[in-house]
Design a binder for this molecule. Sequence first.
Ligand SMILES: *[C@@H]1O[C@H](CO)[C@@H](O)[C@H](O)[C@H]1NC(C)=O
Ligand SMILES: *[C@@H]1O[C@H](CO)[C@@H](O)[C@H](O)[C@H]1NC(C)=O
Ligand SMILES: *[C@@H]1O[C@H](CO)[C@@H](O)[C@H](O)[C@H]1NC(C)=O
Length: 262
Amino acid sequence: MRPGIFLGSVLLLIGMFSSVAGAFVGINIGTDVSSLPPASEVVSILKANEITHVRLFDADTHMLNALSNTGIEVTVSVTNEEVLGIGQSPSAAASWVNKNVVAYLPSANITAIAVGSEVLTSIPHVAPILVPAMNYLHKALVAANLNYQVKVSTPQSMDIVSRPFPPSTASFNSTWNSTIFQLLQFLRNTNSYYMLNAYPYYGYINSGGIFPIDYALFQPLSAVKQIVDPNTLFHYNSMFDAMVDATYNSISAYNFPGFQLS
Ligand SMILES: *[C@@H]1O[C@H](CO)[C@@H](O)[C@H](O)[C@H]1NC(C)=O
Ligand SMILES: *[C@@H]1O[C@H](CO)[C@@H](O)[C@H](O)[C@H]1NC(C)=O
Ligand SMILES: *[C@@H]1O[C@H](CO)[C@@H](O)[C@H](O)[C@H]1NC(C)=O
């Protein structure tokens, strides 16, 4: 099985009974930009390019209506502003699910809720209630009998992995240990997936010039510029692959019983 890729974001499937097969490329769509074309036009562009998956950075009603009856799989997002309220109130979670998921099903093919964006690094004070928020949303989905169809996850920044290279020795920064522990437990118990925002360009900028730019931009590397993990001797042609492996290894380091990465 291969991870799904949303230009810049990866879904690492970690549920034990994951049935998602095959890789896909999807698109992230924010509606918080000034010159976004009308929703119907965005959807026409998606169809013309045979895009099968989109992640919305919110649960924009125009986009969800336009995506109805297209079959395109949609991830809707709880915004960072909404996470705190949902994590403090099961009824707020249930209202969110009713308003932003139940109301559009089955015509819009909503298959996941992304809770916040890079919560640990962008709003660290909310980290302790991130998994409670996910739990409340999951319980609301169970109550609506939608938990098999709609998964709950939360996209994280690569910045929570302390030293991402070499990937074989990467691990999560222990600052967030208890939240990450709860998060992985939640993802395993609900057969969901880890969502990673992997932006090789930032990895290139943060690495202080030790990697060639081609490596961050999916360009072929010359023989003299090979990037090799000294422990596994894996050759990395793209920083993106190295980021994904670093995350897999960070997750594996938690050694959950019965935990399986796919
Ligand atoms: C929604 O997506 C799922 C998963 O890919 C797929 O099995 C299902 O057929 C889709 N539903 C519709 C109505 O297109
Ligand atoms: C871990 O995260 C903390 C908080 O952001 C930071 O101060 C620290 O430098 C990080 N440690 C490593 C090894 O990256
Ligand atoms: C992380 O937290 C778990 C559960 O609280 C604990 O068992 C484990 O030892 C911790 N790991 C680290 C590296 O602190």
